[in-house]
Design a protein around this ligand. Sequence first.
Ligand SMILES: N[C@@H](CCC(=O)N[C@@H](CS)C(=O)NCC(=O)O)C(=O)O
Length: 218
Amino acid sequence: MVPNKKNKYPILYSFRRCPYAIRSRMALVKSQQSCVLREVILRDKPKSMTDLSPKGTVPVLLLESGEVLDESLDVMYWALEKNDPENWLRSQKAKRSEDLINKNDGDFKFHLDRYKYSSRFKVINKKEHRDECLKFIKEINDELKAKEYIYDKDVSFLDIAIMPFVRQFRIADTEWFDSQPYENVKIWLKNLIESKLFNAIMVKYPLWKEDDEIVIFP
Ligand SMILES: N[C@@H](CCC(=O)N[C@@H](CS)C(=O)NCC(=O)O)C(=O)O
């Protein structure tokens, strides 16, 4: 472990549109944890990032202690365990939340990639993948029948862990998504996308280069 002596803040390697980085940034901002932000592009990752985490995915958070967190859910837990003003972590006491996040990060993400990036994945029938994604959307829609958010009436960890991926699913074909009969999901997503928090974490930052002035986020 290389202690991060340069700054009094953790260093976050992030990519604005990445759903994993989005959920981490939302938790960091909610917990009022400032970071030094290094905005990267995935086709040209900085060596300092891959030296810290050779698997080369974002987000990567280098803590003041030198510990490296390179899983977005770990970043969320780390931030919220320090400060969780709206008790987002309450959803994580339920096994159901873990199951839903596993489905999101597993099957849903798998089919989402093949639907959204069908040429990259050489997919012949992208609709099949869209249909597979819909199974998860239906499940979320059912969860939202009796409450505004997936766990209860307020935003929790569970919503934030899932929302960036459902947003991506919508963006793949906005008109089609908006015409689907999943009203609960549509309202839930709209509320989260229009939230102050989401807009605060989607602010654009210039690409980071070695020797740049530090950028404090948020
Ligand atoms: N399990 C990781 C996955 C992160 C991930 O796959 N991020 C994508 C961007 S959305 C990435 O960095 N991919 C590497 C690449 O495209 O080169 C996490 O939760 O942090």
